[in-house]
Ligand binder design. Sequence first.
Ligand code: UDP
Ligand code: MG
Length: 164
Amino acid sequence: PVKTAAGTKGGIERTFIAIKPDGVQRGLVAEVINRFERKGYKLVGIKAIVPSKELAEEHYGDLKARPFYKGLVNYMTSGRAPVIAMVWEGPDVIRQGRRIIGATNPLDAEPGSIRGDYTISVGRNAIHGSDSFESATIEIGLWFKPTEVFDWKFTHEEWIISAN
Ligand code: UDP
Ligand code: MG
């Protein structure tokens, strides 16, 4: 298979995808995994975790000044359901993952996207996905130890990824 530069269109990238506690409560775990799997992306890391306050605050550090920040951190850390944290790999997976997830506000999210199909409130939008190569790199490092992310190949990789 082709190895192209991460952060470019078609480049083999990794992104951090997390099913938030409301998505887990809603029974959307299999649905989310299915949408990434059937597209052809590769699951290279997965675990259930109740994030510490420190982890959630760091993860959403760029939103610290926003009025919803505290509620957001509480919702992520409550433990009323774990977060399902994942690393997905494949061509353009960062941008495509954001498309599969849909717009931040579910009322703007296209039908066919996860948020568009299953959610109606921005404060309960079920899923997180990294928004850039830089944030994907940071977020994977925050949520996963290197030994929890696996390098592996589909035996049928040539039927998913081609150089032309
Ligand atoms: N959020 C919220 N109210 C808002 C905007 C965002 O509760 O007005 C929450 C929502 O869960 C969102 C998260 O904060 O997913 C992170 O916001 P961001 O703008 O990074 O959206 P995302 O990258 O998740 O689409
Ligand atoms: Mg974001």
